[in-house]
Design a binder for this molecule. Structure first.
Ligand SMILES: [Mn+2]
Length: 319
């Protein structure tokens, strides 16, 4: 660990009443890094409150759910706030107000677009996942249990797509090898996270694939709120769609554009070799080189046009 991480460890040691929060609409890495870190800090005697929006039932097996706070955020007065997997302060959602009134704040992340908004920023863009960064931090406290190992393993599998995405490094595998030395049901975890689908997810997949278009190496799907809801799906069932439509011969970039519950438009991009993070940042979003997204105030059709044009420019530059 680098020298400023000693300051970080001191900050954690000095905190007693700690809030840990992940980004809005939490994915596997946000849930795993938040709960994995929470389980660890609880073991070393801290009072821990986890602030997470509701997330996919797929991740309900991760221990520590009872630490997730359901009460009034105005009542929280932590002496330390730790944000995990959250590239910018506004992505904390409702937890942002708690962050703002807490003096000691830590930001643990791996997004290249991270805005370093906390007092202590521990951002490793080369790490596969925030769960990987959390492992590097907590191994210094030397308390890893089967539950913590299962949580962090889940986060790593989730963000690497099963050690497949190019964020996977030799270090990622080293950490995974340590983690599966604990009682970690790695086959079940991989099946649950990467392959199994609920009926609702399957129905929205069928709908999405019926609307799939492929042109100039770019695959795309757009879905309106009406289409999503009439398939019986919820917004948590949409996660796998954009990665799925990237896995098509001769496709280099995939775009999934959908209407959110609040009527705004979400654009989610994945790519094999094209850097899509720049496009996301240009429209006020963020993410990673090969996986990024942004929100738009226009209709899904308008957003699709804008993004496909941007992508065609970048894809043709790279060709
Ligand atoms: Mn992540």
């Amino acid at each position: 660990m680098e020298s400023y991480d000693i300051e970080l460890q001191e900050a954690i040691k000095n905190g007693n009443n700690i809030c840990i929060a992940g980004h809005i609409n939490p994915d596997g890495d946000a849930v795993s890094s938040a709960l994995g870190l929470a389980l660890c800090l609880k073991m070393i005697g801290k009072d821990v409150t986890v602030l997470l929006e509701d997330y996919s039932h797929k991740f309900y097996y991760i221990k520590g759910r009872e630490m997730i706070y359901k009460g009034d955020y105005d009542k929280l007065e932590p002496d330390l706030f730790i944000a995990v997997d959250c590239g910018s302060k506004d992505r904390l959602g409702d937890a942002q107000s708690v962050f703002d009134r807490t003096e000691n704040t830590i930001n643990i992340d791996h997004h290249i677009s991270n805005t370093e908004y906390a007092k202590y920023n521990v951002v490793y863009p080369n790490a596969s996942s925030t769960s990987e960064v959390v492992f590097e931090i907590i191994r210094n406290f030397s308390v890893i249990t089967d539950e913590i190992a299962s949580a962090l393993y889940t986060g790593i599998v989730s963000d690497t797509g099963g050690f497949k995405h190019n964020c996977t490094s030799p270090r990622t595998h080293e950490i995974a090898s340590v983690l599966i030395g604990f009682e970690v049901p790695y086959s079940e975890i991989q099946n649950k996270i990467l392959y199994s689908k609920s009926r609702e997810e399957l129905n929205i997949f069928i709908k999405a694939l019926n609307k799939l278009k492929i042109e100039n190496g770019i695959s795309r799907v757009i879905l309106t709120k009406k289409e999503i809801l009439e398939s019986g799906a919820t917004y948590k069932d949409l996660d796998g769609i954009v990665s799925f439509i990237l896995n098509i011969d001769d496709v280099d970039a995939a775009v999934f554009v959908y209407e959110k519950e609040n009527g705004k438009t979400k654009v989610s991009m994945r790519s094999i070799s094209t850097d899509v993070s720049g496009i996301a940042i240009k429209f006020g979003g963020g993410g990673h080189k090969l996986a990024a997204g942004a929100d738009f105030d226009c209709t899904v059709e308008e957003a699709e046009k804008i993004i496909v044009k941007e992508l065609e420019d970048v894809v043709s530059e790279g060709a």
